[in-house]
Ligand binder design. Structure first.
Ligand SMILES: O=P(O)(O)O[C@@H]1[C@@H](OP(=O)(O)O)[C@H](OP(=O)(O)O)[C@H](O)[C@H](OP(=O)(O)O)[C@H]1OP(=O)(O)O
Length: 431
């Protein structure tokens, strides 16, 4: 499986990872799908609705990351010494090609991520993601207004129109930040978590702790610079250099030589800790800020269910919603996915080695949550969740394709409450 073109540490790239690394068969054939994974309980089941909530595709680094990468590059260029070929390559051949204007924009590979995903979804759900439904206006597109998301939406649509050679028609999309960037609009989240350093004390402690210090010392040894020259920010920047070069250019960059697998696991944990406290289980408001998206999905499922029950055509057969890691992680958390028995802290790196909260698996570029509603005959509706095209089970339920009614019963409290406005008010009365 390992190849000289693929860094040994690719599976630890967190939110900067390639989608192919969570579905390795895609390395061979990017359009491969396996319909047998869907396994409805009876042959009668037919898909009647699909909601796909998708993270944008591979993007350039954000400006802040670019600044940190440039700083670290200059240190390596001027201060490091040694004869290793990877170091000479950085010092003599590698150039800093990232520029500020790239600021998180979608790259070419990111366009392909979404085009290919669209084609795979049309193969997985041929009766829903179909030319007829697209032409009939039964596939609806919503996006975050960010450039990378709008461009991802255009790419998804292009994937379908190119597949079916549609040249006579264009298809709309709507930008909706209230829905796809709810985190920005949720005052309580912004003030209590996003802009509050005390919400992420564990993250800061781990960055300064013994495991990370050891990683920094090893990097300093490899570069032959004093230990005090390498900070956490530089370590992160070095890791980004390796990850971005692979995600964007598919190269095994010399920067990757600064890390062995043990180091990569530590840096991965540092990033997971941050996601945990800013977007995951660390604070309730992180997930509650996604109540608006939760209700949006379930009200659409209800509408599809009732239209179907009364023998009508489901008016919104497919909903494609494109957003950010910050859109999907809070929602997955609200639904209870990837919850470990212990909280992730600065001191339990070792005992969390087998944690399920692992953004490298959950949230690569083009990560997606699919909710598929099935009519299995005799008024029996079932709902299957898939994450990154793999069936998952709603935590707390046993069936991977449970009765829709059982899913609603399971999330009863959220369906009856979880009101965005109330949750996000700053001075909220305790429940
Ligand atoms: O890459 P970073 O660290 O700059 O963080 C990104 C955020 O930038 P910021 O921290 O606000 O400067 C960035 O925030 P904005 O959308 O630019 O406000 C996103 O949250 C981005 O997630 P995604 O890649 O769009 O899914 C964030 O990326 P991930 O942390 O999800 O990789």
């Amino acid at each position: 499986e390992d190849s000289p073109d693929i860094p040994a540490i690719t599976k630890y790239f967190n939110t900067k990872g390639r989608y192919e690394e969570v579905n390795l068969y895609l390395r061979e054939d990017i359009l491969a799908v396996n319909r047998s994974i869907l396994q409805p309980p009876s042959a009668q089941c037919r898909e009647i609705h699909l909601t796909a909530i998708i993270r944008h595709g591979t993007r350039y680094p954000t400006t802040k990351n670019i600044k940190d990468m440039l700083h670290f590059y200059n240190i390596v260029r001027h201060n490091a010494s040694g004869e290793e070929s990877w170091l000479r390559e950085i010092q003599t051949h590698w150039t800093m090609w990232y520029t500020d204007d790239m600021d998180g924009r979608l790259v070419r590979k990111g366009q392909d991520d979404l085009k290919h995903l669209a084609v795979r979804l049309s193969k997985l759900f041929p009766s829903l993601v179909s030319e007829e439904k697209l032409r009939g206006g039964l596939i609806k597109f919503t996006t975050s207004s960010k450039h990378r998301c709008v461009n991802s939406t255009l790419s998804f649509k292009a994937g379908l129109t190119e597949l079916w050679n549609i040249t006579d028609k264009e298809f709309d999309h709507a930008a909706n930040d209230a829905l796809m960037r709810f985190f920005d609009k949720c005052t309580r989240f912004v003030l209590e978590v996003d802009n509050n350093p005390s919400a992420v004390v564990e993250v800061e402690k781990f960055q300064q702790g013994p495991e990370m210090r050891r990683v920094q010392e090893k990097i300093a040894d490899r570069l032959r610079v004093p230990y005090s020259n390498i900070t956490y920010v530089m370590t992160e920047a070095a890791f980004y250099l390796c990850a971005y070069e692979f995600a964007i250019k598919a190269v095994n960059s010399p920067w990757c030589q600064l890390f062995d697998e043990e180091d990569a696991k530590v840096v991965e944990y540092a990033s997971d800790l941050r996601e945990f406290w800013k977007r995951g289980y660390g604070h309730d408001i992180n997930s509650r800020s996604s109540c608006i998206l939760f209700h949006d999905a379930f009200s659409r499922l209800d509408k599809a269910a009732s239209e179907n029950q009364s023998g009508k055509q489901v008016t919104e057969a497919v909903t494609v919603q494109i957003g950010h890691a910050d859109t999907l992680l809070p929602l997955l958390t609200l639904l209870g996915f990837f919850k470990d028995s212990d909280v992730l802290t600065s001191t339990n790196y070792a005992t969390q080695a087998n944690r399920s909260f692992r953004t490298s698996h959950m949230m690569p570029y083009a990560a997606n949550l699919l909710l598929v509603l099935y009519d299995c005959g005799g008024a029996e509706l079932r709902l299957q969740p898939l994450l990154n095209e793999k069936p998952v089970t709603f935590p707390g339920l046993t069936d991977s394709m449970p009765l829709y009614q059982d899913v609603k019963e399971h999330y009863k409290e959220l369906l009856e409450g979880c009101d965005f406005e109330t949750e996000c008010e700053l001075f909220r009365n305790p429940a």
